[in-house]
Design a protein around this ligand. Structure first.
Ligand SMILES: NC(=O)c1ccc[n+]([C@@H]2O[C@H](COP(=O)([O-])OP(=O)(O)OC[C@H]3O[C@@H](n4cnc5c(N)ncnc54)[C@H](O)[C@@H]3O)[C@@H](O)[C@H]2O)c1
Length: 247
């Protein structure tokens, strides 16, 4: 083993113009990973890519074509793809009281469809290689529920996706995990930040979640939902076994 085993390893990160995604890109770039920044916010994403010496690919994760293009550009530029972090998401656009079909679809299109399209695009490449690791940014809201009900619905679906798909992907040498952060100090929380701090809740630094992503990428386990909270290392959520009934 070399002193720098990650050098040259290629990772594509969606939603990497800001918050957790940007922190993950910076952390992995410091470990000499080659980073591909896939985000809809072109100016900020290009700046992060520049800072990391990486590649920016303008990507709207709600588009199948954009996801496929981002993967294709990563492979075209660096010749391989070792890991994908499907991280882009938005806060829920509505709840049950202010529901509209449009706002509901906007939420699910980004927070669920965008992840499924990203996974689908990545798998075309990872299956050819018979290797690779996909880490999806879930949320504690995907394990416990949240007042942001459709955001939580999408995040629960991500946990279901990871637990269901991982055993099949393992046959192709591909790992699939979710990282499920609690509260993290990013722009998504800006409007609620003061109230959360007033309740003495701890907000994780985005780099703490980036460190968890790095640790999960290095872990051999698959199909896990890794809980990450401020000041605590990532640990897999302990789902109870539910045996099927038998005659
Ligand atoms: N901040 C928290 O407290 C918290 C807690 C748990 C989970 N998360 C999850 O962490 C992830 C990152 O969130 P964050 O807090 O860093 O937020 P953020 O707003 O700082 O970053 C989100 C990024 O996603 C990008 N994005 C949004 N829609 C997109 C689209 N259609 N296509 C491509 N990119 C798009 C944005 O441009 C932005 O760069 C999300 O999955 C979020 O649900 C955040």
């Amino acid at each position: 083993m070399t002193a720098d085993p990650a050098a040259g390893t290629v990772v594509l990160i969606t939603g990497a113009a800001s918050g957790i995604g940007a922190a993950t890109a910076r952390r992995l770039a410091r470990q000499r990973w080659r980073v591909v920044i896939a985000d809809i916010d072109a100016p900020r994403a290009a700046a992060v890519a520049n800072e990391c010496g990486g590649l920016f690919v303008r990507t709207d994760v709600t588009s199948v074509d954009d996801n496929e293009y981002a993967v294709a550009q990563a492979v075209h530029t660096y010749g391989r793809l070792d890991a994908v972090v499907l991280n882009a998401a938005i806060a829920g656009r509505c709840g049950l009281d202010d529901f509209t079909q449009q706002r509901y679809r906007d939420t699910m299109r980004t927070d669920l469809d965008g992840v499924v399209y990203g996974l689908h695009a990545a798998l075309r490449q990872l299956r050819q290689q018979s290797s690779g690791h996909v880490v999806i940014t879930g949320s504690l809201a995907g394990l416990t529920g949240s007042p942001d009900v459709f955001y939580a619905t999408a995040k629960h679906a991500i946990v279901g996706l990871v637990r269901s798909a991982a055993p099949f992907l393992a046959r192709n040498g591909i790992r699939l995990n979710a990282v499920c952060p609690g509260l993290v100090d990013t722009p998504v929380l800006a409007s609620a930040r003061a109230a959360l701090l007033a309740h003495e809740l701890l907000l994780a630094d985005p780099d703490e979640i980036a460190a968890a992503v790095e640790a999960v990428l290095a872990d051999e386990r698959t199909g896990q939902a890794w809980v990450v909270q401020a000041g605590e290392p990532a640990k897999p959520f302990d789902f109870p076994e539910i045996p099927l009934t038998t005659r």
